[in-house]
Write a protein that binds this ligand. Structure first.
Ligand code: ZN
Length: 160
C-alpha cells in the first residue's frame, strides 16, 4: 500500500532526525531523580534525568549511547513528557508500552500520540521493541525512584 510506505518513510525520517539531533541530550544537575537503562541485547545504555516540581515533570533530559531507535525514542520521550503531570506522564508510559509491544493498535490512539507515532511500527520487529521502550522504562523508574532498569530483568538466557 502506497499510503503505508509513505507513512513508514515519514516515521523513518522522524527517527533519523531525532537520532542525529537528540533533543534534551545533556545531564541535569538540578534533577530530582534519575535512572539508568540498559538493553544488553543491543548495547543501548542511557541515563534519564527528571525534575519534578509541583507533581509535574518540569524538565527531563537524557544521555547515552545506543542504536538509532533507542536514541530517537528517548529524545521523543523527553519532548512528550515535559510539562505533564506525574499521572499524565505515567498514563503516556502505559499507552506507549502497549503501542510499542503491539498490544494497542487502535488507529485513533496511535494518531493521538503525535510525533511519538513514529515509534509505533517497532512492534513488528521484536528485537527493536526493547530499544524503543528502554527510555520509557528508565523514565518510569526515575519517577518511581527505582534507579536502574534492564530490559533483561527476569529474562532467561534464551529470551532472544
Ligand atoms: Zn537498540
Amino acid at each position: 500500500m502506497a499510503d503505508t510506505a509513505a507513512l513508514d518513510a515519514l516515521y523513518q525520517e522522524v527517527i533519523l532526525d531525532h537520532n542525529r539531533r537528540p533533543r534534551n541530550f545533556h545531564p541535569m544537575a538540578s534533577a530530582s531523580c534519575s535512572a539508568d537503562g540498559k538493553n544488553p541485547n543491543c548495547g543501548d545504555q542511557l541515563t534519564i534525568w527528571v525534575l519534578v516540581e509541583d507533581d509535574r515533570v518540569a524538565d527531563v533530559s537524557f544521555q547515552g549511547v545506543g542504536c538509532a531507535i533507542s536514541k530517537a525514542s528517548a529524545s521523543l520521550m523527553t519532548e512528550a513528557v515535559k510539562g505533564k503531570t506525574r499521572a499524565e506522564a505515567v498514563a503516556l508510559f502505559e499507552t506507549m508500552h502497549r503501542v510499542l509491544t503491539g498490544v494497542e493498535t487502535d488507529p485513533a490512539v496511535i494518531k493521538g500520540l503525535g510525533p511519538l507515532r513514529a515509534l509505533s511500527g517497532v512492534g513488528k520487529f521484536p528485537m527493536r521493541v526493547k530499544c524503543a521502550s528502554l527510555a520509557w522504562h528508565a523514565f518510569r523508574s526515575a519517577l518511581d525512584g527505582a534507579g536502574t532498569v534492564s530490559t533483561e530483568t527476569g529474562a532467561g538466557p534464551h529470551s532472544r
